[in-house]
Design a binder for this molecule. Sequence first.
Ligand SMILES: [Fe+2]
Length: 311
Amino acid sequence: MLTILHVSDLHFGPPYVSKVGEALLQIAPSLHPDAVVVSGDLTQRAKPAQFAAARAFIDRFPPVPKIVVPGNHDVPLFRVAERLLRPLDEYGKCFPDSLDRVHRIAGAVIVSLNSTSPHRAVTNGRIRLEQLEFCRDAFGGLPDGTPKIVVSHHHFAPAPDYLRDETMPRAKRAMSRFLDMGVELILGGHLHRAYVGNSLDFFPFEDRKRGVIIVQCGTTTSRRGRGREREKNSFNLIEIGPEMLQVTHFIYFDDDGHFAPLSRHLFPRPGRRFVEGPRGAVGRAARIIVCETEPVPEAETPAGDEAVTSR
Ligand SMILES: [Fe+2]
């Protein structure tokens, strides 16, 4: 079983809400994550003090691997010379080796990608062809059943709430390649509202068996939530076993002062499908859902896991 705590868009600086950040740190150990994913926008304006605060905050999570990528707010938008000449220098001082990287954790392969494009697509980001080749190398030749996960800040598909966000340029090309590679899950942020979708909602490729599960995270600790998460904060908990992939969406309840689950999404792993079992104790009308096929053995976990490759 792999458990990922997925947070995003912390926005250290004026938008950061301290009481929400503390509530996140309070609940994190009880979720027993194997890794913490932070999918970009650690800061509001890419200032050194904001990066230092974000780093200090992330260091307070449980001592598990941290998978961090930059967002568009982590490049200096208004310091133009710096943005053009050394856009991620300040980010790199606090988060070294946190651009394109391969992580092997609990039998899964997670590729984190730097989707910022400080010169050409400041807001919408970009994934370059060589990054897709980097993914292909990382995901190639893995045992069946290995979870293949991509993390990037910018979104590869539009949100389903018609707020008209611009999708990343060449997102269709990237998604097509990810399907070819057998990517199972994409984790992202940027939109400041959470949703769980599928590439088949947006890209009618020929292979329509399964698609890629898309899990977006809202802003976990800032007051910049949008749409149905306006003035709200959220994070995701991803649990992946040999047969099931489960996403639980947590939201901060201001009245109670803590995060709690709001919704849960359950998917069979590749090669699995749901069948209905007998009535169970989940609820009066609930049915236990079990997987039909034999479980695939967990992929071998190399000792020491952690990130092993970067570029
Ligand atoms: Fe953001």
